[in-house]
Design a protein around this ligand. Sequence first.
Ligand SMILES: CC(C)(COP(=O)(O)OP(=O)(O)OC[C@H]1O[C@@H](n2cnc3c(N)ncnc32)[C@H](O)[C@@H]1OP(=O)(O)O)[C@@H](O)C(=O)NCCC(=O)NCCS
Length: 344
Amino acid sequence: MSNLEILELDPADGDLVSGAFEVLRASHAADHPDNPAPHEGKFAKGLIHPTPGEEEHTFIAVKDGTVVGIAEIGLPMRENLHFGWASIHVRPDRRRQGAGAALLDHFIAFTRGRGRTELTLDTLMTWEDGVARDKAGQEFLEKRGFKLALTSINRRCAVDALDADTEQRLLEKAQSAAGDDYEIVSWLGRTPEELVETMARIDSTILAEVPLGDLDLQPETIDAELKNAKADRNEAMGVIPIQTVARHRASGEVVANTAVFAYDDTEYEDAFQGITIVDKEHRGHRLGLLLKLVNLRLVRENFPQVRAIWTDNADVNAPMIDINVMLGYEIVDAMGEYQIKFAE
Ligand SMILES: CC(C)(COP(=O)(O)OP(=O)(O)OC[C@H]1O[C@@H](n2cnc3c(N)ncnc32)[C@H](O)[C@@H]1OP(=O)(O)O)[C@@H](O)C(=O)NCCC(=O)NCCS
């Protein structure tokens, strides 16, 4: 492609932002329409409000005035300074013309120029009896020497997957297993001020607990300031957390946490399961199942437009998958995280 240009997307340039979003919209429609659609408002606002603790750059490939591809790049700035990730999409009607390769070259040069040595890119893959996915992304990455480092399975659960009696029975079973040692607290939106410190503590354990495959990632330390900055970003993007935690009565600490994220958009029918984590010392009391069921009810009550919740779990995360299957989650596809490492 001779006259292909790679530019950094200026969030204030409405035409280019729309063109970039169109790449994501058309890719979703062509490649995986059964997954949640990208949301234009969230995309545009996310450009103006990057993820706290990360440097984010969005590059676009433009040909003859049309945005034909996009590379969304993230560089962690607090920990994992060796790391850089990206997600690349090319308009379905402009594929096999070199735009993807040009964006990939740019990603590698850009992140290597910032001293990053471990780079990752993701692509959807077929998983078991889920929906078949095109192999273009895998072929594209493997050709350039990237290796599959982590596979996460995407599952979908209708918000009314369980009949009311079954759901109630499961809830009661989980409540009696949890006993009286824990206070269950739920909220929508920002974490209540008095819980921010203890929530930051449990959030900091996430990367150490979640299976990461061959990714060489160190746990992040999440403090109250970072938590508040993330909450500001969610508010700015119209993303509403629905959160339920277990507070250990004896210590006052939050020892288990689950969150679902919905969009502030009455037309948007999907919501996203975030992390669920139970502190090591408090496992075995069905807290994970209990919190998820309480949170599911909150989603239904507060977001009647939401029809399904989506989750992704590392293929080796058996305990979490067992809970999800019990709740009615079904396999859709998988996300492959491909990695390449460079010498310093
Ligand atoms: C993967 C993707 C970004 C490739 O974009 P593209 O502009 O078509 O890629 P290029 O034209 O630069 O292809 C570069 C090379 O990748 C390989 N490749 C790309 N698409 C392929 C396909 N469908 N089948 C086999 N090999 C393919 C080829 O080796 C190709 O070189 P060639 O055309 O000289 O044979 C595009 O298909 C896409 O947007 N897919 C959906 C999103 C996705 O999976 N992204 C993940 C990759 S980061």
